[in-house]
Design a protein around this ligand. Structure first.
Ligand code: FAD
Length: 384
């Protein structure tokens, strides 16, 4: 039986471990943390994107449509369905927006994405101000607590050996066919660390690490009294209100269990600090924000969201803030790439998998399989 080490037990590492185990590989799944789903796969905005969020990248919109359908068909039990999750997309009525409402609408319709147009008075009634226009869409949301529990059980039942608290820093090349990780020889190694270890560097895609800041807010009214919808202001440095993707509210927020929880992201303030070095980024993540900066960024976000949703503070209460690390790619085309390729500079059986989205796991799986089936002879660099 071929032995494979997968490094990184986020959604990519866990999904690939299960699918490759089903193909007959013997799998060791390593993670430096003490649990699976300890990185971006848990700390994100939980959207199973259909493509609405990428008005400026046709490639990403098309990828989203395909990936979304496959994700929901394969993991229907890990999501809250689109029909339960509406979002209002508004275009700002100022000179900062990168596209106007008419263009935004035309792009969405051109991609075949369903939108429910809202009149100006409907938008006003919903509480919006300073917007040129808006529409309602429906998108599924990942329920991350369910996903983590499901993958844990499935990995265990499939006899994937989970090796937690193991930070993998070195590979030893034994010969052309074997690589050693953690004193164990493997036929193949897959790097699913979100490009945070064995970092791949190229002129075309420059990765860096973004310390992301978001606010966790709870509705003041009870769930039973009113249902709130999430919303996003487009297109540029604006805020958005995103659902908190948990089926069961985490223990520390239990007192809000009868309320709705959302996260606020803001294109300008969420991207709090950028790093080229992952250790520096992790240090900043663990250190957190000094109180003064925390207050400042919170005030800035609230002030800006209130421009577009003036009753924000009457209806929502800030209950916490969240920091997460996002691996980003500097790419002028605004595309969110999936990179799957063999990195021969390390070993001709060392495969990198990196994606900017939760849902490209099936395309990633296909690319990995095609590399494995080709004996990784054909190691051209693929970008989907
Ligand atoms: C704030 C934010 C919002 C986002 N919103 C969305 C969204 O709404 N929709 C969407 O589709 N995508 C979103 N994303 C992107 C999405 O979360 C990621 O693309 C996806 O989670 C990447 O999964 P992964 O398994 O590659 O990485 P991760 O989940 O980060 O897993 C990588 C794992 O590697 C481990 N690791 C790292 N280095 C080592 C090492 N040396 N040795 C051993 N283990 C190691 C880490 O501990 C981690 O568990 C968001 C990301 C962020 C940060």
């Amino acid at each position: 039986m071929m032995r494979m080490a997968i490094i990184g037990a986020g959604i990519y590492g866990c999904h690939l471990a299960l699918s490759l185990r089903a193909k007959g590989f013997s799998i060791d799944l390593y993670d430096m943390a003490d649990d699976i789903f300890s990185g971006a796969s848990t700390h994100n905005s939980y959207r199973i994107h259909k493509g609405y969020h990428y008005p400026r990248s046709g490639v990403t919109r098309e990828m989203c449509k395909i990936d979304e359908a496959r994700f929901i068909a394969h993991y229907p039990n890990l999501v809250s369905y689109a029909s339960h999750n509406s979002k209002i997309f508004c275009v700002a009525n100022d000179d900062k927006t990168l596209i106007d409402y008419k263009t935004m609408k035309t792009i969405m319709k051109g991609t075949g994405l369903e939108i429910e147009e809202l009149t100006f008075s409907q938008l006003t009634e919903l509480g919006f101000a300073n917007v040129e226009g808006g529409f309602r869409v429906h998108e599924a949301i990942l329920l991350v607590d369910k996903a983590k529990a499901w993958f844990k059980r499935a990995l265990n039942e499939s006899n994937v050996r989970l090796k937690l608290n193991r930070r993998v820093n070195d590979l030893k090349v034994l010969d052309d066919e074997l690589i050693q990780v953690d004193n164990t020889p493997y036929d193949f190694v897959i790097n699913c660390t979100y490009n945070q270890a064995f970092q791949y560097i190229s002129g075309k895609h420059q990765h860096y690490f973004d310390l992301c800041f978001s606010l966790l807010v709870a509705t003041k009214q009870l769930k039973t009294e009113r249902t709130y919808e999430s919303f996003g202001i487009f297109d540029g440095t604006y805020p958005s209100l995103e659902p908190y993707g948990y089926a069961d509210i985490p223990l520390q927020y239990r007192k809000y269990r009868d309320h709705q929880l959302f996260q606020i992201f803001h294109v300008q303030y969420t991207s709090y600090q950028q790093f080229n070095d992952i250790d520096e980024a992790r240090k900043a993540l663990h250190k957190g924000l000094p109180l003064k900066q925390l207050r400042e960024v919170t005030d800035n976000i609230i002030e800006d969201i209130a421009k577009f949703y003036p009753h924000f503070l009457d209806e929502f209460e800030v209950i916490d803030h969240i920091l997460a690390l996002k691996t980003k790619v500097r790419d002028l085309s605004d595309t969110r790439p999936l990179l799957v390729f063999c990195d021969k500079s390390r070993h001709n059986r060392f495969i990198h998998v990196f994606s900017s989205k939760l849902t490209s796991i099936f395309t990633a799986e296909e690319r990995v399989l095609s590399l494995l089936e080709g004996g990784i002879k054909n190691t051209q660099y693929c970008v989907a």
